[in-house]
Design a protein around this ligand. Structure first.
Ligand code: ZN
Length: 555
């Protein structure tokens, strides 16, 4: 089964909008693992509110020759005596708290910093950690495709603590200022707006980037390399630049041509773009694309086979896979980056949204047919997955976070949004999205927060919908039959033959008779629902003719 999945993905797209290749690899690694629930780190005694991160790289970009991270810590409880950072095994020289040397202990990806006097609730402390070395993971130091040194952050899901002491959970959002010094041959980019780039007298250059919106740890990033970079022409109000290996320069402008239209569309559908700049980078990431806040890193293979890859976007004449991943990662700037999932069980609020919004991009800029084809492919991917793992989207069990990069969170999540859109109608759907976004921008949100927003916009109770589609596994498998009651009346029987509970969402049925076609809505009351209607014998019955429900149809 795995082999089939694998080859299918290769045919469909030569890389995937983020992480599916890794997912397949992990699927292989953990196919026989046993797990018993996931424990997530929750904010209890302290949280970071700001990072000031100062990094100096050696010439060959193989190590951080010196690093100093200042974390502004907000104390959340009375009498806190220790700040337990997540931090990897880099060499620490000193730790200070509010300027005074502090005792610390490093063990098992933790850095415990001891306070000499217990901290009070709501007190703020400045903890400064000075360190150096080559991180084990998270900051990938490797050669770019042209053989030049590069150092690029790639931190999903909880790998940033390998090079930055932090609280490595998406709910621990904080603002961040990066001060990065490297040889002046290199170009540096990081989250936030550039404040300065100053050459010193010793072939070094110091770059300062300031991110004033709180970002999740996994979305913090620095990229250093021999990038070709240029402004993308735009009428937008913020700077828009690409950074690619020199040999990708001929493709960059055309390849990233869906980026500005993506921003404009999502501005219209949701809200104004949440950040002050957008950088599109081709560099080291294990994913097809990684949506770091306003500083997206795409796979080194983004422009591989750029001129020959099929299928291609009609509108931009670029590989469809490039178009989809660009729209997907840009959609994350709103969903995932600005509004972040409160827990990993809510990951679909990030991945399902980005997957659906890449579809909305196609619907708006390519064609309805392109959108339908995209959603059909998504359904097929999910249905294959559902044959192997029958678990809910809201998954609190799976321990390995990479295993959450699955067709539930991506494709089924996108389909749940599409089904919801069909159920409440376009106006309530897009109004609900705006309510949800505006309530939670620059913060975090849960699945229940999303339900509340859609209930407000639609006036419908959606508890049953969310219970069945998000908190329980599976999808409806419909089977339809009909019988003649008399010469004016037929009875339609809609069965749901999936093993688990029925889905109660109304199902539109289209009947073609000698007198033409008509539609009726069946509201399921259980696994079997019957409806008598005035009709002649149907020649053809179509279930869900507008394709709004993620389903299978049994004959
Ligand atoms: Zn994504």
């Amino acid at each position: 089964m795995k082999k089939n999945l694998n080859s299918k993905f290769k045919i469909q797209s030569y890389f995937y909008p983020k992480r599916l290749l890794s997912f397949l690899f992990i699927l292989f690694l953990f196919a026989v693992s046993v797990y018993a629930g996931r424990r997530e780190r929750l904010i209890e005694t302290w949280q970071p509110v700001h990072f000031g991160i100062d990094l100096t790289f050696n010439f060959s970009l193989t190590e951080i020759s010196s690093a100093k991270t200042e974390v502004t810590v907000l104390i959340r409880k009375a009498d806190v005596t220790m700040i337990d950072f997540d931090f990897g095994a880099m060499n620490i020289s000193t730790v200070t708290v509010d300027g005074e040397p502090a005792k610390f202990a490093q063990h098992n990806d933790k850095l415990d910093v001891y306070l000499t006097t217990p901290a009070k609730q709501n007190q703020k402390l400045k903890v400064v950690v000075s360190y150096s070395g080559t991180p084990k993971d998270g900051l990938i130091m490797t050669k770019d495709r042209d053989g030049f040194p590069s150092a690029v952050g790639d931190n999903w899901a909880d790998r940033v603590h390998n090079w930055i002491p932090c609280f490595d959970h998406p709910s621990a959002k904080a603002t961040v200022k990066f001060t990065v010094t490297a040889h002046s041959n290199y170009v540096v980019v990081a989250n936030g707006k550039i404040e300065s780039a100053t050459a010193s007298n010793s072939d070094l250059k110091t770059w300062v980037f300031n991110e004033t919106s709180p970002v999740s740890p996994y979305n913090m990033v620095v990229a250093v390399g021999n990038f070709a970079n240029a402004e993308i022409q735009t009428k937008s109000l913020f700077p828009f630049r690409y950074y690619v290996p020199q040999s990708d320069r001929p493709f960059a402008e055309q390849g990233f041509s869906p980026a500005v239209p993506s921003v404009l569309l999502f501005n219209k559908l949701v809200a104004p773009y949440p950040y002050e700049k957008l950088a599109l980078i081709v560099g080291a990431t294990r994913f097809g694309g990684m949506e770091n806040a306003n500083t997206i890193v795409f796979s080194p293979n983004l422009f591989r086979d750029f001129e020959t890859a099929r299928p291609r976007s009609q509108r931009y004449n670029i590989p469809s896979a490039v178009e989809e991943v660009v729209a997907h990662e840009i959609a994350h700037q709103w969903f995932g980056d600005s509004v972040t999932q409160t827990t990993w069980a809510d990951l679909w609020l990030s991945e399902g949204f980005a997957t659906y919004f890449a579809g909305l991009f196609l619907e708006n800029y390519e064609s309805k047919d392109a959108f339908r084809a995209y959603m059909k492919r998504a359904a097929e991917t999910y249905l294959r997955f559902s044959k192997q793992r029958r678990i809910p989207i809201h998954d609190k069990e799976t321990e390995n976070l990479f295993r959450l990069l699955n067709a539930n969170n991506y494709q089924k999540g996108a389909w749940v949004l599409h089904t919801l859109r069909g159920h409440v109608g376009d106006k309530a759907f897009f109004d609900g999205l705006k309510i949800y976004y505006n309530r939670h921008k620059s913060s975090t949100a849960t699945t229940e927060d999303l339900r509340s927003a859609f209930e407000k916009s639609s006036g419908k109770k959606l508890k049953d919908f969310f219970d069945r589609w998000i908190y329980k596994a599976g999808h409806p498998v419909y089977q339809i039959s009909w019988s003649v009651i008399n010469n004016k009346t037929i009875e339609i029987k809609l069965n749901q033959i999936q093993e688990d509970e029925p889905f109660l969402i109304p199902v539109t049925i289209e009947l073609a008779t000698n007198k033409g076609t008509r539609r009726v809505s069946i509201i399921p009351t259980g696994k079997e629902t019957k409806l008598k209607i005035k009709s002649g014998k149907p020649k053809k019955i179509t279930i869900d003719p507008d394709e709004i429900i993620l389903k299978e149809i049994a004959s």
